[in-house]
Design a protein around this ligand. Structure first.
Ligand code: F0G
Length: 459
């Protein structure tokens, strides 16, 4: 059989950013000083940074040149008008609020919709989404089927919401107490898995049945559109942008961290169909972010975002994006590393519960793997398991989430295939040493989003 051709990056490099390789001894030392939490490392000490795909994209020449056109007027800047036109065209919604990043949009919207006794329903709330909801005193409920949470289940749309669970929650808490139903696409905290158009329609119908607001948390909507086009019937003839537009036509509000699929380093959007909600949100925007025509952004940020929202739907780009993520997945799978499969769009997720099966959940197997990857290869990534989502019961015992995952998130247009080959090579050592891996104990943790600042010691 003829060998498949390498999928070379659909861009060439015009500006370089040097990377520094350090030794294992050096990294062991700085990681210990950082309390075994890679969020607390200096990025100069990281060789390949797979901590997040958020705000880490490389911008294109078109984006950089658009930045030169940035209009920094306080009100009514033409850069804002350009962004607003672009977002209205994409979403079909009338009210566009710029924010400095996704969680600012979340704070505004859930600050209005939330409060004590309110309940929010999602496929899976992302951690900042959950934190912004819980911060208002409300409750956040994830509705995923058992099957879709099985890392090995080979399903095309493992990010889908379980509609029956969502319905049960609505009936249990009463429709008047539901703040919103939030569909996260792709479903970041559950493996970067896509959500189908069919499921989106079902969520729409459910919200219509009970008169509930439907919010799309769509920071990776272009990647999700790729999966719909290639996995769901009757989307073959549609462009990725048309698929995203169709999905957006089904919801009432759109929250976007532009740091993902808008290909910018900073930015967010809150987009609404409802005028009254838009007025209330605009008041909060002005108090906390900035005037309505810039939110938390400068004119040049808005220029770059308007261009990024176009570029991300380019067929060549999206194909490269999804296939290069898959490339990492395929090679780690061949080495016997247990992964969530099929592979998601922006990241590869390792099943640390299975990989480090000798480390119990309360000793944080995912965090142990994160630390080992840093020490052995200078690779930085994040735990999505007991550190991020673990809770305590009334006796102070650890309550583990369903999965212990480690996310290798791929920044957009940043690393070449040889960087990824390096990551794959590091796993040879990780696999060889896996039985000696040791768990961790928390020595400090804050009350919310503890994974960002918690400190650990090795057991
Ligand atoms: N919603 C989802 C699904 C996200 O993945 C994120 C951020 C946010 C909201 C918040 O956006 O960071 O701009 O305030 N995810 C990043 C990540 C941080 O690493 O997955 P933000």
């Amino acid at each position: 059989m003829k060998k498949e051709r390498t999928l070379a990056e659909p861009f060439r490099i015009k500006m370089v950013e040097p990377l520094r390789m350090t030794t294992v001894e050096y990294r062991k030392d700085v990681l210990q000083k950082a309390g075994y939490n890679p969020f607390l490392l200096s990025s100069d000490d990281v060789y390949i940074d797979l901590l997040t795909d958020s705000g880490t994209s490389a911008m294109s020449d078109h984006q950089w040149s658009a930045m030169m056109l940035g209009d920094e007027s306080y009100a009514g800047a033409h850069s804002w008008e350009k962004l607003e036109r672009e977002v209205k065209d994409l979403t079909g919604m009338n009210y566009v609020l710029p924010t400095h990043q996704g969680r600012a949009a979340e704070r505004i919207l859930y600050g209005i919709l939330g409060g004590k006794d309110k309940v929010f329903i999602s496929n899976t709330h992302f951690d900042t989404t959950r934190a912004n909801i819980e911060f208002t005193g409300a409750t956040a409920i994830d509705c995923m089927s058992e099957e879709s949470q099985d890392p090995d289940a080979d399903l095309p749309f493992k990010g889908n919401m379980d509609i029956e669970q969502a319905r049960e929650s609505i009936l249990k808490y009463g429709k008047e107490n539901i703040g919103a139903v939030i569909l996260t696409v792709t479903n970041n905290s559950s493996g970067g898995q896509p959500v189908s158009m069919e499921n989106t329609k079902q969520v729409r119908e459910l919200c219509d049945e009970f008169g509930i607001l439907f919010v799309l948390d769509g920071c990776r909507i272009a990647e999700n559109s790729y999966f719909i086009k290639h996995r769901e019937a009757n989307f073959d003839g549609k462009t990725y942008r048309q698929i995203a537009q169709q999905m957006l036509s089904l919801c009432d509000a759109f929250i976007m961290s532009a740091k993902k699929d808008a290909l910018v380093n900073m930015g967010g959007l809150l987009v609404l169909r409802n005028e009254l909600l838009a007025q209330k949100s605009t008041n909060l925007l002005i108090i906390s972010e900035g005037f309505a025509t810039y939110g938390g952004l400068s004119g040049r940020d808005m220029e770059a975002m308007a261009v990024g929202l176009q570029e991300v739907f380019d067929a060549g780009y999206l194909h490269y994006r999804i296939k290069s993520t898959e490339y990492l997945g395929k090679h780690l799978h061949e080495k016997g590393v247990p992964l969530i499969r099929p592979y998601g769009g922006h990241a590869i997720y390792i099943d640390a519960k299975k990989f480090y099966s000798h480390i119990p959940a309360h000793q944080f197997p995912g965090q142990a793997l994160v630390c080992d990857l840093y020490e052995q290869g200078g690779i930085r990534c994040v735990e999505v398991g007991s550190v991020m989502f673990g809770k305590y019961d009334e006796h102070g015992n650890h309550v583990a989430p369903k999965n212990e995952l480690v996310r290798l998130a791929i920044p957009r247009r940043v690393y070449t295939q040889s960087h990824i080959d390096y990551v794959i090579d590091v796993f040879d050592d990780i696999v060889e040493m896996k039985n000696q891996a040791r768990g961790l104990e928390i020595v400090y943790e804050p009350p919310f989003l503890r994974h960002f600042t918690a400190r650990f010691k090795r057991l």
